[in-house]
Write a protein that binds this ligand. Structure first.
Ligand SMILES: NC(=O)c1ccc[n+]([C@@H]2O[C@H](COP(=O)([O-])OP(=O)(O)OC[C@H]3O[C@@H](n4cnc5c(N)ncnc54)[C@H](OP(=O)(O)O)[C@@H]3O)[C@@H](O)[C@H]2O)c1
Length: 231
């Protein structure tokens, strides 16, 4: 990845997405942020494009606007936008189930789909998808969220095999609990200092983007070392 390149990050208003925007800008990279909500953050090398990733027409429009503003030197796509609704399978409202799939799965595919032709033309690039440890193990009252994150794993593994011949890397990251606003919607969980910090997750993501051209990281599972603190 060169500093003349830019990276698209989805879901940049807060949390992991915003921390990664800030770290990339600090290191001299240009970033396009695609999201429903603009962050309270400005930088000369950060450009926000309004986009609900669950709406394919909005994704196509964001991609057109991004190219018009930033050109075609795209290197990376961080599919980060996502959320979780939790509840018993017989009680979780169907619209919440569908909303998770529309963003976490369909939105990730829409963003990937629009940029892949440009990355193929460059014969280089890196797509990083944010799954979750809920994409590796089921969780009680998390059937819908977990299903979306298992889907992210399946998409990622299929695409790394599909795109490697075009010089495009695809990586999937599986975080444990990260101290972000994700938990605002999760009953009974409040963020605490024993969780992963979004800045540390951002450090990992930037390191992945900076890896050597022939170095592919397929999966990364990250967890707090001591999630309940030192005993
Ligand atoms: N926090 C954790 O413990 C944890 C663990 C594993 C995986 N993850 C995953 O990490 C990713 C980032 O989450 P986070 O922890 O940083 O949560 P967060 O602080 O709640 O941030 C989520 C971001 O996604 C955006 N977003 C949601 N739906 C969107 C849509 N349809 N279109 C565009 N943007 C959308 C939100 O925008 P708005 O401000 O408009 O809502 C927000 O900017 C998610 O995929 C999440 O599933 C989180």
């Amino acid at each position: 990845m060169q500093t003349s390149d830019y990276i698209i990050i989805t879901g940049v208003s807060k949390g992991i997405g915003l921390a990664t925007v800030q770290l990339l800008n600090q290191q001299g990279y240009r970033v396009a942020g695609w999201g429903r909500t603009a962050p309270a953050y400005t930088h000369p090398d950060f450009h926000f494009f309004s986009c609900d990733v669950s709406d394919f027409a909005q994704v196509e429009a964001a991609w057109q606007q991004t190219q018009a503003k930033m050109g075609t030197q795209l290197y990376g796509l961080l599919n980060n936008a996502g959320f979780g609704h939790f509840g018993k399978v017989e009680e979780l409202p169907l619209e919440k189930w569908h909303a998770m799939f529309n963003t976490n799965v369909n939105g990730l595919m829409y963003c990937t789909r629009v940029v892949v032709p440009t990355l193929k033309a460059r014969q280089a690039g890196h797509i990083i998808n944010i799954s979750s440890i809920a994409g590796l193990n089921g969780i009680v009252q998390g059937s819908g969220y977990s299903a979306t994150k298992f889907a992210v794993r399946g998409i990622s593994h299929s695409l790394y095999a599909e795109l490697r011949e075009d010089g495009i890397k695809v990586s999937c990251v599986y975080p444990g609990s990260v101290a972000t606003n994700f938990f605002d919607e999760v009953e009974g969980v409040t963020i605490n200092p024993n969780m992963l910090q979004p800045q540390d997750v951002a450090t990992l993501l930037v390191q992945l983007l900076q890896s050597s051209p022939n170095f592919l990281t397929v999966d990364v599972e990250i967890r707090p070392l001591q999630p309940k603190g030192k005993k």
